[in-house]
Design a protein around this ligand. Structure first.
Ligand code: SAM
Length: 244
């Protein structure tokens, strides 16, 4: 696989040169010890990828010549949003990296009754950087979006009702278990949202109000999964059922 680097600024259609700065320039020049003439692949988050050659390495930047541009989609067929009460510490970074690899379109950090970790602006900036690193590795040319945090109330009020919506909840009353949704049977190639709760789970009130607003209750087995495991398993099921 070619070495991939991220361009902070979108490329103009006819542009024949590009410049990497900051972290990306350091990665290419110092870590990878690039030399003029080396071939690399660039992407700018627009969906395009660019074949380029290193032309000059300066103290703070790397200049490149662009040979070709190609629109290459490695996006899933279905737009999947994971609204998730983020776990603590390094687990956030791991979760973002894996959801990006799996092909999730958007993450919404969710504030619920029992949420503990509330991402600061600085933490969100770090998580968005993780999306770039994961995209370099997995080949996505469009960046997974990390939206501003939403409260659970905002999520259930504001969601477009044409979107298929799930609330993941591991154990339910007999009634809810009976109405558990079959995640593999949804027949939309459109957008799907799955809400994943905090370590303490969603409260019964939250589950009830989500279901009243049209969310489908979803349990994917009798085991209690951690936030990351539930998010990855559910997004993989949602993507795999259309993305073959
Ligand atoms: N003790 C918590 C509870 O009672 O819900 C466990 C929460 S679990 C660690 C974190 C979140 O992962 C849950 O709120 C749910 O959204 C999701 N989750 C965990 N296991 C699940 C399962 N078997 N099916 C569906 N969702 C699950």
């Amino acid at each position: 696989m070619p070495r991939r680097y991220f361009l902070e600024n979108r490329m103009e259609p006819d542009c024949e040169v590009a410049e990497l700065t900051d972290q990306e320039a350091r990665h290419l020049a110092k870590v990878m010890r690039a030399q003029p003439g080396d071939q690399v692949e660039l992407f700018d988050g627009s969906g395009f990828q660019f074949a380029a050659t290193v032309s000059e390495i300066t103290r703070h930047s790397v200049n490149l010549r662009i040979h070709s541009r190609e629109l290459v989609s490695r996006e899933a067929n279905r737009r999947v949003t994971i609204a998730v009460s983020l776990p603590k510490g390094d687990r956030q970074k791991w979760l973002v990296e894996k959801l990006c690899e799996v092909g999730v379109t958007t993450i919404i950090p969710l504030k619920t009754e029992r949420s503990v970790a509330q991402p600061t602006d600085k933490a969100l900036t770090r998580l968005r950087r993780c999306v770039i690193e994961a995209s370099k590795q997995c080949g996505r040319n469009t960046l997974m979006e990390i939206e501003s945090p939403q409260s659970f109330g905002e999520l259930i009020e504001q969601t477009n009702h044409e979107v298929v919506r799930f609330i993941a909840h591991p154990y339910s009353s007999a009634d809810k278990a009976a109405s558990n949704s079959d995640i593999t049977a949804i027949n939309t190639n459109g957008s799907v949202i799955a809400a994943i709760g905090p370590e303490g789970g969603f409260s019964e009130d939250e589950v009830d109000s989500a279901v009243q607003s049209g969310f489908k209750p979803l349990s994917i087995g009798s085991r209690i999964l951690r936030i990351e495991t539930a998010s990855i398993a559910i997004s993989s099921l949602l993507i795999y059922t259309t993305d073959r």
